[in-house]
Design a protein around this ligand. Structure first.
Ligand SMILES: *[C@@H]1O[C@H](CO)[C@@H](O)[C@H](O)[C@H]1NC(C)=O
Ligand SMILES: *[C@@H]1O[C@H](CO)[C@@H](O)[C@H](O)[C@H]1NC(C)=O
Ligand SMILES: *[C@@H]1O[C@H](CO)[C@@H](O)[C@H](O)[C@H]1NC(C)=O
Ligand SMILES: *[C@@H]1O[C@H](CO)[C@@H](O)[C@H](O)[C@H]1NC(C)=O
Ligand SMILES: *[C@@H]1O[C@H](CO)[C@@H](O)[C@H](O)[C@H]1NC(C)=O
Ligand SMILES: *[C@@H]1O[C@H](CO)[C@@H](O)[C@H](O)[C@H]1NC(C)=O
Ligand SMILES: *[C@@H]1O[C@H](CO)[C@@H](O)[C@H](O)[C@H]1NC(C)=O
Length: 441
């Protein structure tokens, strides 16, 4: 009886095991089929329908999905573009998008330019400022669009000062649309978009400067809430007449850190000249008939300062063209030179031994450090860009920093403001070699 009972029980367990086994096989097969089905169903994998695209995304973004912020067009010179680019990195962080490190050249940041971002800026230091943001070089971003089987989709947005604060407008004139999609070098990238589809472009109005700076948190919320639900893989964004950094309520704007080769070139100058007086004279927009008079004022002021302090060395920075006997002005927007401009230069040069980035050959070392960019360096030196950054760094380090009074010089420049702010910070941190933040002669 006992053994028969055992036998029945054994058969029962065997039966259950068999069922369980068959059940597991069927269950696995079903799951497999469902997954396969999902893969072939292009609607549920709209973005990355092609498996190889996931690999491409993995390669460039470290993730199956890529989402980029591409601030491809910043219509400002370096000092102002620097603040705007900083703001766009903050935005990339808020939107969790990878920031494209847009190319640079001739004192500008923009997709059409030929030099990599790290020609001007220090990417390692930038990553320390923004540990939560992923970055990609413009070159790699370009390769990503090329390698993708299914081409990435895009939208265009513009952040525009003025208008009714925190509203969106979609009405775009054919002329504006043309400006947005043409002459921006977008054709280099393999994007997928219909160039007739004006609805891809929207303007985010943030109101007058006084307004958006005062109610900055509301403005930030408006921008983020309108951009965070964008599904397109590439967000192309540009500023329009926005003065200054966008998100002051998120903390102080730190200047984008400059490349080590530029910092080093400036240190070489500064240690060679210390102690020295730094003069910046921005002549663009000033009626040149007043310049010789202004030069007399400057000469008198500097002579007194030299007498008072015993400092001999003078570093002179100006938008008057110093390089190659004055072929190009140092500001890319400064074009008309008159007899008075040259006379002013002669007056100063015959009174003082002016040290400039040209007379000190301060940037010649770059030819050895960056031989692959030889021709570009030559182009930069006869334009703006490198020299402007070097001047800024050398002036920040000067014992005294002197600029022209109203009427003699363009006084409200972002370039000057950046130097003044940096010097103020150094003085506050107890640097004893900086004796004033800024003075007018
Ligand atoms: C789905 O993909 C197949 C090829 O993989 C294609 O033939 C078909 O048109 C696609 N369907 C849709 C709705 O995109
Ligand atoms: C940010 O994006 C990455 C990649 O697309 C994703 O893995 C991550 O979860 C996102 N983080 C947040 C906070 O949404
Ligand atoms: C996926 O992309 C690869 C590489 O571009 C291509 O060879 C292949 O045909 C694509 N497959 C499908 C199903 O579209
Ligand atoms: C900096 O430049 C922007 C745009 O060119 C301008 O709106 C702003 O007023 C400038 N800031 C100063 C201090 O000049
Ligand atoms: C510059 O100033 C002179 C003398 O005041 C005047 O005659 C001339 O028209 C001015 N030039 C410009 C471009 O404003
Ligand atoms: C200043 O004068 C020196 C000679 O005394 C000359 O070599 C130099 O080119 C002059 N600089 C400018 C900017 O004119
Ligand atoms: C700075 O000076 C050192 C020593 O003279 C030199 O080797 C180096 O190339 C200079 N750096 C730059 C960027 O000019």
């Amino acid at each position: 009886m006992d053994s028969q009972e055992n036998c029945t029980r054994y058969g029962f367990i065997l039966l259950i095991t068999k069922f369980l086994f068959i059940f597991i096989i069927i269950w696995n097969l079903t799951t497999y089929c469902i997954l396969e089905n999902d893969y072939n169903n292009n609607e549920s994998y709209e973005i990355n329908s092609n498996n190889s695209d996931m690999l491409v995304n993995q390669k460039y973004c470290g993730s199956n999905e890529c989402r980029f912020l591409f601030a491809h067009r910043i219509p400002e010179q370096e000092s102002q573009a620097n603040s705007h680019f900083y703001s766009f990195i903050q935005l990339a962080e808020m939107l969790n998008r990878t920031m494209v490190l847009v190319n640079v050249q001739n004192s500008r940041i923009g997709a059409c330019l030929e030099l990599p971002y790290d020609f001007y800026y220090n990417v390692q230091e930038l990553k320390k400022l923004f540990p939560n943001v992923n970055f990609i070089t413009q070159d790699d971003f370009l390769s990503w669009t090329k390698e993708r089987h299914e081409k990435p989709d895009v939208v265009f947005r513009r952040i525009q000062q003025g208008g009714e604060p925190n509203t969106i407008i979609s009405d775009v004139s054919p002329q504006e649309w043309d400006n947005v999609i043409n002459n921006q070098c977008l054709e280099e990238f393999d994007f997928k978009f219909d160039d007739q589809d004006v609805s891809l472009y929207k303007k985010l109005l943030i109101g007058p400067k006084k307004y958006w700076r005062k109610y900055n948190e509301a403005m930030t919320k408006f921008i983020v809430s309108n951009l965070e639900h964008i599904n397109e893989e590439v967000l192309l964004i540009h500023p329009y007449e926005v003065g200054g950094a966008y998100f002051p309520s998120k903390g102080e704007v730190i200047p984008l850190p400059y490349a080590t080769h530029l910092i080093e070139a400036a240190k070489n100058v500064s240690s060679h000249l210390k102690p020295y007086i730094g003069i910046h004279w921005r002549q663009e927009t000033i009626n040149s008939s007043v310049l010789p008079n202004c030069a007399e004022g400057l000469i008198k002021y500097i002579k007194e300062l030299q007498l008072k302090t015993g400092i001999e060395n003078i570093y002179y920075a100006t938008d008057y063209p110093l390089y190659n006997g004055g072929e190009n002005a140092q500001s890319s927007t400064f074009h008309i030179l008159t007899r008075e401009h040259h006379e002013t230069m002669r007056m100063l040069n015959s009174t003082f031994t002016l040290k400039t980035w040209v007379s000190l050959k301060a940037l010649d070392g770059l030819y050895d450090i960056l031989p692959q960019f030889k021709d570009y360096i030559t182009k930069e030196l006869s334009g703006s860009g490198l020299a402007g950054i070097l001047d800024k760094l050398v002036l920040v380090d000067a014992d005294y920093f002197i600029i022209g009074p109203r009427g003699c010089a363009r006084t409200s420049s972002n370039f000057t403001k950046k130097i003044y702010l940096a010097r103020k910070l150094l003085m506050e941190s107890g640097n004893k070699d900086i004796h004033n933040d800024i003075d007018h002669w």
